[in-house]
Design a protein around this ligand. Sequence first.
Ligand code: HEC
Length: 138
Amino acid sequence: MEMPRKLLAAGALALLAAGPAVAQEIDEALAAEGERVWRQCQACHQIGEGAQNRVGPHLNGVIGRQAGSLEGFRYSNAMVEAGEEGLVWDEPTLEDYLENPRAKVPGTSMAFAGLRQEQQRDAVVEYIKASGGLDNDG
Ligand code: HEC
């Protein structure tokens, strides 16, 4: 009985340790697919070198950032409050927001209906990661 339990614990630890590392890896094929989905975001958002705030904030370094916290962008009160209450953008929270922005952050000023297909959400988040979303200096 001792042995298997120890093995289980070791397995769980290994999984926990693998989590963040996996998130940094880019799936190039999925990111390429996400570039097509990104066209829906482009009207309002920029990402990558030289990205500026437009209708929406630039999304460089968005992953790991507190929601509504980019200096120099006028967010809705709802977004600022969501961030102050602990909303941080990571893969799951981004996917929730992108599925239904007004359900995740009621009162958000992002006028976007949402991406209904999980595949589109996965792909666009991968594109964001590949394009500057992980760069916290941008
Ligand atoms: C019509 C313009 C518009 C479109 C289209 C749009 N957004 Fe936004 N987005 C905004 C605005 C405005 C905000 C700020 C929302 C607020 O303050 O409530 C925002 C906020 C965000 C945030 C939060 C950023 C932060 O700093 O907290 C993310 C992430 C985001 N958008 C991603 C996307 C993605 C990905 C798409 C495409 C699938 C998209 N948006 C489409 C206008 C848009």
